[in-house]
Write a protein that binds this ligand. Structure first.
Ligand SMILES: [Zn+2]
Length: 248
């Protein structure tokens, strides 16, 4: 059954890449400026192809998007049933982010595009080998307190590479500002975090925690694909801002 589904999805993608050139861009009423995107894994996905303009701009920058966890490593999960697993929220958000960044003209590489385990070392060394301009890792949060809520963005504070740390912090601030503006989520700020994927990479790198699956109200929002799109569109605009300022 699963197999058939994958073959079907593959054929669908093939069809999209062959015939998806004409654009039928519909404005999503929830998003202020972002292009309309499908909800992955739903009927909406099948009905909304073609959904993006072909990339017209070549921004000449590459972005690595890293959906946290995967495979046996589910990450955190919601308290109430049905349980939403972090690894899936990460992947769905990362795919939206990829599509939005491609829409803005960037080259995007995912560290995983399916439900598989990839070690932290593999993610970092893969990213370093690709020599991207930006690395962004996507996660969701949990806490013992059901009150904990909001979005936070981490960068790695390195004594050895201060320039990279400064750039990563600028990237984190730009991304957080846009995410909050787009989603109206509570801001928990930009923080220093000693996480392997942002420590072991050698380009500007951030890790975003998009919300708490242990907070009932926030989890309610995270179940809505449109909300994940708002987060993704905010992240994409933040990256775009950062890369454009870098050029000046
Ligand atoms: Zn995580």
């Amino acid at each position: 059954m699963l197999h058939t589904f994958f073959i079907f999805s593959f054929l669908f993608f093939m069809n999209f890449s062959l015939h998806g050139v004409s654009s039928n861009l519909q404005q999503n009423p929830i998003l202020s400026k972002g292009p309309s995107l499908p909800n992955y894994g739903t009927k909406d996905f099948a009905n909304s192809i073609p959904y993006l303009r072909p990339p017209m701009l070549n921004q000449k920058a590459t972005i690595i998007v890293d959906p946290g966890h995967g495979g046996h490593d589910v990450g955190t999960q919601s308290v109430t049933k049905p349980r939403y697993q972090e690894k899936s929220l990460n992947l769905v958000t990362s795919r939206y982010l990829r599509d939005y960044l491609q829409y803005l003209g960037y080259t995007v590489i995912l560290t995983r595009d399916e439900d598989i385990f990839v070690s932290l070392d593999q993610r970092a060394s893969f990213a370093n080998a690709q020599k991207p301009d930006v690395f962004v890792s996507i996660h969701y949060n949990s806490a013992p307190s059901a009150e904990a809520e909001g979005v936070e963005v981490f960068f790695y504070l390195s004594k050895d590479n201060k320039i990279r740390s400064q750039k990563s912090k600028k990237l984190a601030l730009a991304v957080l500002n846009h995410v909050i503006a787009e989603s109206s989520a509570k801001s928990r700020g930009v923080k220093h975090g000693n996480y392997a994927v942002i420590r072991e990479t050698n380009m500007p790198a951030i890790l975003l925690e998009g919300g708490f699956v242990t907070n009932a109200e926030e989890m309610q929002r995270l179940k809505d694909p449109n909300y994940l799109k708002m987060l993704a569109w905010g992240i994409a605009q933040g990256i775009d801002d950062f890369l454009k300022k870098k050029k000046k």
